[in-house]
Design a protein around this ligand. Structure first.
Ligand code: SIN
Ligand code: FE
Length: 307
């Protein structure tokens, strides 16, 4: 697990200098490295940064988890009825611009993927991460790999791009040992991948629970999604894993960006405030090293197809 530092001077028009270099960075990401830009490749106006850093959480129309859904151009986690419509409008505009900038940058930087990804949510994280009081499965200060309860990926990989927009402070992460090693060491029999019909049970139940019946295939979990969700919960709930696994600290400075496949790199955020993030779901066909993908690793372990 390594961190590759990429100074902006190494890029040519925001892109890797050669096609070979571009493939190499995709390969390193897929293998579990973090790509780190000491200076963000994005542009933020001083006004927008001041606005984002000025958001007071309590008593404002902004909630804890502010998500932007690019496909619908919708902002959630805010209360437009709270009498603060102008604030919500402004935030909406900033998030729309942020999401577009990340996509533009990654379309060039990750050229080998040829945009074969699904654009997932972006988020604004205005709260101090240290000592947040959250239920265990929602705590991000415990090492975990990512999986989304309501958004199964069907084998696509979860790539996240982060910006630390705090004016001075670092955003403090720890990361753990690679996925394959962690699954083998800590995943006991009961959470081994379960192929077969049982896999879609949770997806269907969930669809029914929200009143959508069978008509929503995106809610259907494959055996792969089922495992990834259980593994996320298992890691957060496993005291032995949390205390015994190796922990590698990284501090991301103010004004920096980084990206990482959070479906396989165990990560936790211990401290920091004010971050922006955009998630992409990269299609299996786009990967330059499919052999190290969690889907392949789990299928090899299970001896069967999982999607
Ligand atoms: C997470 O994905 O677990 C949180 C990362 C962060 O907010 O820095
Ligand atoms: Fe996470």
């Amino acid at each position: 697990m390594a961190l590759a530092t990429i100074p902006l001077e190494q890029l040519v028009d925001g892109r890797p200098a050669t096609a070979e270099q571009a493939r190499d960075w995709c390969a390193r990401l897929e293998s579990g490295d973090i790509l780190f830009f000491p200076e963000t490749p994005l542009r933020f106006t001083a006004d927008d940064l001041a606005f984002l850093r000025g958001q007071q959480q309590t008593g404002s129309s902004l909630h804890k988890n502010i998500a932007y859904k690019p496909k619908m151009d919708k902002l959630s986690g805010v209360d437009a009825k709270g009498g603060d419509g102008a604030t919500v409008e402004r935030l909406h505009g900033i998030m729309r611009g942020y999401s577009r900038q990340v996509v533009d940058f990654l379309s060039g930087f990750l050229a080998p993927y040829e945009r074969r990804w699904r654009l997932d949510y972006a988020s604004f994280r205005p709260l101090e991460e240290q000592n947040r009081d959250l239920p265990r499965r929602r705590r991000n200060d415990l090492l975990h790999t990512d999986a989304f309860p309501t958004r199964p990926t069907h084998g696509a990989r979860i790539l996240r791009f982060f910006d630390n927009i705090h004016p001075e402070r670092t955003r403090d992460w720890v990361v753990g040992d690679p996925f394959a090693q962690t699954v083998r060491r800590f995943a006991p029999g009961q959470i081994a991948p379960r192929p077969g019909n049982a896999a879609t049970r949770m997806g269907k139940g969930l669809a029914r629970a929200v009143g959508l019946g069978k008509a929503v295939p995106s809610l259907k979990r494959t055996a792969y999604d089922d495992f990834m969700m259980r593994f996320h919960n298992f890691l957060k709930e496993n005291d032995q894993y949390q205390s015994e696994t190796a922990r590698y600290p990284w501090q991301f400075p103010a004004g920096s960006s980084w990206m990482v496949y959070t479906d396989t790199v165990p990560h936790a955020v211990l401290a920091g405030q004010y971050a922006l993030e955009q998630t992409l779901l990269v299609e299996p066909e786009a990967l330059v090293k499919p052999e190290v993908s969690p889907l392949r690793i789990l299928e090899t372990m299970a001896g069967t197809r999982l999607v």
